[in-house]
Design a protein around this ligand. Structure first.
Ligand code: EPZ
Length: 428
């Protein structure tokens, strides 16, 4: 059992530093396989998905050392090309190990990944990109085997700007002979961070952050040392927590330039937000207001990972809001849990109509996925009375010490029937 109990209606005050970005560090850890040497990553968040990726790298033969939020990965010698099924089933991001591994070893084996239940989440874009690069990919049951007999640079085109498929293509192309051009690629900040990290390794890329990335296959030259940027989604979650409790908080070490759409949405709900360098200060209004219409989009649009949390905020905003999910087909599961807290939400054709302002009441609810679980914790902070959010193991995959962080901002939050921090992060 890994539940969190929250007593609502306590305004949050204070300051916190944003954790390192989960979605930036995971591809960097995978990309460390491209380097026959030591990679050092700083500001690595202490979360379960990182533990899982450490497990994958160690099973491949890499040596991984961690001291707090500093990590060293020595991938000089790898002794396996098979990504461990134990970890693949725990984490969707395991698929992004395929590209760098086949680039490094010429072959790689994995399985269809597990991960959040926010939609079907196939990996067909990944498979197609690898095949377009001349990599032979065999799919037997849920087993995927890749062989780079004739891996050559070429012009790739994504049918959708998939974040993970773009990352996989960039890392696989690093191992291809000649130049690769990737068109219609994702523009998310995590792609920019990955390409900056590759450049630290001596692998040049051009166009990161645009819809076309070019790179020439080459061996890494240097032992990279790279500081992971702040997590824009975790930071947005804590800002939302302050917004629904009528609080005032300051978050430091945040990539403000990557958070425009999130800040725009919170301002639209009536929050006062000031930014300076890498800090964000949010003051909540007495009453939050509705947002007539907003839809999730690929970057730089409103991020799908903030959708569940914003749904909670809109439940507290006076008036009718409409929030459409355009990236994943199953990302409104949390609405059913919010209804148990008295929310008025109707979901049709992947669009939620929220009649907010009547207030939420504490209840026992269940986290169905990572961001949905975080949204329920935020709802607990806004609700009258006590809320128990069950299955917070989902949340621990991506949020570092969420209960401790909220307590430090004045919340009445505690873990119930909890394993120790080490146990709850232990990867089987
Ligand atoms: C990354 O997932 C993030 N995960 C997700 O964050 C994020 O929601 C998503 O990008 C979109 O921004 C990590 O970075 C580890 P996609 P990814 O490929 O790469 C479909 C979180 O909460 N698709 O951009 O898996 C897919 O089903 C997580 O931190 C295919 O159809 O997302 C979805 O509908 C959740 N075939 C859409 O594309 C494929 O081969 C976008 O997915 C790949 C994707």
């Amino acid at each position: 059992m890994n539940d969190i109990q929250i007593l609502g209606k306590i305004p949050l005050y204070g300051e916190m530093a944003a954790q390192g970005s989960k979605n930036a560090v995971l591809p960097m850890m995978a990309a460390s396989l491209l380097h026959r040497g030591t990679t050092t990553l700083l500001n690595v968040p202490c979360i379960q998905d990182v533990d899982c990726m450490v497990g994958i790298l160690r099973k491949l033969g890499a040596k991984v050392y961690r001291e707090g939020r500093e990590m060293q990965i020595d991938a000089s010698c790898l002794d396996s090309c098979e990504i461990s099924l134990d970890y693949v089933q725990k984490m969707r991001s395991s698929i992004m190990v395929l590209g760098p591994l086949v680039a490094r070893l010429g072959q790689a084996v994995t399985h269809y990944p597990g991960g959040c239940s926010i939609g079907k989440r196939p990996v067909d874009y990944h498979v197609k990109l690898l095949r377009d690069l001349g990599i032979t990919v065999k799919e037997e049951g849920d087993r995927i085997e890749a062989k780079a007999d004739h891996c050559h640079g070429c012009e790739l085109r994504l049918c959708f700007p998939s974040v993970g498929a773009t990352e996989n293509a960039v890392m696989a192309a690093a191992g291809a002979e000649g130049e690769t051009v990737i068109r219609n690629c994702a523009r998310e900040p995590e792609i920019v961070e990955l390409c900056r990290f590759l450049e630290c390794m001596g692998i040049e890329t051009k166009g990161a952050g645009t819809d076309t990335i070019c790179l020439r296959g080459q061996k890494s030259k240097n032992d990279p040392v790279y500081r992971v940027c702040g997590d824009r989604i975790a930071a947005g979650t804590y800002l939302a927590a302050a917004a629904v409790t009528g609080g005032h908080i300051r978050i430091t070490d945040v990539p403000v330039y990557y958070m425009e759409a999130t800040l725009r949405a919170l301002r639209a709900c009536g929050c006062q937000i000031m930014t300076e360098n890498d800090c964000i200060h949010l003051s909540a209004p007495r009453n939050l207001t509705a947002i007539p219409y907003l839809e999730t989009e690929v970057y730089p649009g409103f991020p799908t990972d903030m959708q569940s949390v914003l749904l909670t905020v809109l439940c507290c905003g006076i008036g009718e809001s409409r929030l459409r999910e355009t990236i994943f087909e199953g990302r409104f599961e949390t609405a059913a849990e919010l209804l148990r807290m008295g929310a008025d939400i109707t979901v049709k054709d992947n669009c939620a109509v929220v009649k907010g302002g009547a207030g939420l009441s504490g209840s026992t609810v269940r986290a169905r996925d990572l961001r949905g679980g975080a949204a329920l914790i935020v709802a607990g902070l806004a609700a009258k009375g006590w809320t128990v959010v069950k299955d917070c193991g989902h949340v621990d995959r991506g949020y570092e010490d969420i209960a401790d962080n909220l307590r430090k901002l004045g919340a009445e939050v505690r873990r119930v029937g909890t394993k120790t921090k080490e146990e709850s992060r232990a990867v089987g």
